[in-house]
Write a protein that binds this ligand. Structure first.
Ligand code: DAH
Length: 338
């Protein structure tokens, strides 16, 4: 009897199946009611009492082995993998679905690329800033109302620690550690304590630009920004500069581009003006240069700053800024091939 069990054990350990039906046939052959293993239980009755313990254990082990082996074979078919020789090693792998770039990343990279072509490098700074880099060094005097223009999230008061309200602080950090010539842009996330709506959010992204060298003039600023606008919005794009005010630039301006949607004729996106405001800019205030130990009699510079959300919304016709932060894949998937 023990020998019979052993033989069956070997047989079962090496059984093979090439289809799910084969597996079922094996189940019937070995462990169904009339199967070979079940039959052993019937024969068990005639085993002499002194051998019952040993034989009983052997039969039970065999039953377990048979069940395990059959389950194992079944699983290989059910999971779609064929065992051993059945595997087709030449079958092409299943391609993995690639994620999509976020529209803000697409536009940011494009802007970095455009300025990269005229020699601007990229630098970054911290999102948690001190008063010096976010305000004081940028020529915002204490108590100056301009500080109220930017609703700041404070983390700590006296000394002030805050979430940066703009990327202009990175200008300071770069000028503090580098002497001119400096030609760089600074992309990053900024924070303002504003009510969230379709048009504004408490988190958004900016790209700041800075060029400091000898003899940098307002004409250089205009030419650089015209080049940028044409690269980003198309060759026919026009720009116009309107006087404005920022503490860190003098003179300061705001730049509009001709509406890329109606070509300047007037539509609801440009509110029938033909122009879209896209950035602030100006000549770096000499006080700012001096705050960073750059000789303002020797060097001049220009700076500019723009919101990436606004440009991305114009580019793709996105009507609500909140889409950028909600991570709804139905929105994000639309940029897969961009
Ligand atoms: N920091 C300004 C803002 O957040 C944008 C800006 C305007 C940056 C003029 C500049 C600049 O560098 O020259 O509204």
């Amino acid at each position: 009897m023990l020998e019979k069990i052993k033989a069956l054990q070997q047989e079962i350990a090496t059984v093979k199946a090439s289809t799910l039906e084969d597996v079922d046939a094996l189940r019937i052959k070995y462990i169904s009611k009339k199967g070979k293993v079940s039959q052993l239980f019937a024969e068990f009755k005639s085993v002499p009492p002194e051998l019952k313990k040993e034989v009983g254990k052997a039969i039970n082990d065999l039953k377990l082995l048979a069940q395990e082996r059959i389950n194992q074979l079944r699983e290989t078919f059910e999971s779609g993998l064929e065992e051993g020789a059945g595997t087709d090693l030449t079958r092409p792998g299943e391609s993995m679905k690639l994620g999509a770039r976020h529209p803000l990343a697409i536009v940011r990279n494009e802007i970095i690329d455009i300025f990269g072509r005229i020699g601007f490098t990229v630098a970054e700074g911290p999102e948690i800033e001190d008063d010096w880099h976010n305000f004081s060094a940028l020529n915002f005097p204490p108590e100056h109302p301009a500080r109220d223009m930017q609703d700041t999230f404070f983390i700590q008061k006296d000394p002030d620690v805050l979430l940066r309200t703009h990327t202009s602080g990175v200008q300071i950090r770069v000028m503090e550690r580098t002497q001119p010539p400096i030609r760089a842009i600074f992309p990053g996330r900024v924070f303002r304590n504003e009510a969230i709506s379709a048009r504004s959010h408490c988190i958004f992204h900016q790209i700041e630009g800075l060029y400091v060298d000898e003899n940098v003039s307002f004409a250089d600023l205009k030419q650089t920004l015209l080049y940028f606008a044409k690269e980003l919005f198309g060759e026919d794009t026009k720009i116009r500069l309107r006087p404005s005010y920022f503490p860190f630039t003098e003179p300061s301006a705001e730049m509009d581009v001709s509406c890329s949607i109606c070509g300047g004729k007037g539509c609801n996106v440009c509110k029938y003006t033909g122009w879209l405001e896209i950035l602030g800019c100006g000549m770096v205030d000499p006080n700012v240069l001096e705050n960073c130990h750059i000789d303002s009699r020797k060097y001049t510079g220009f700076a500019f700053g723009m919101g990436i959300e606004r440009i991305t919304m114009l580019r793709y016709g996105i009507k609500d800024i909140r889409h950028f932060f909600e991570n709804d894949v139905r929105f994000l998937r639309q940029f897969e091939s961009a």
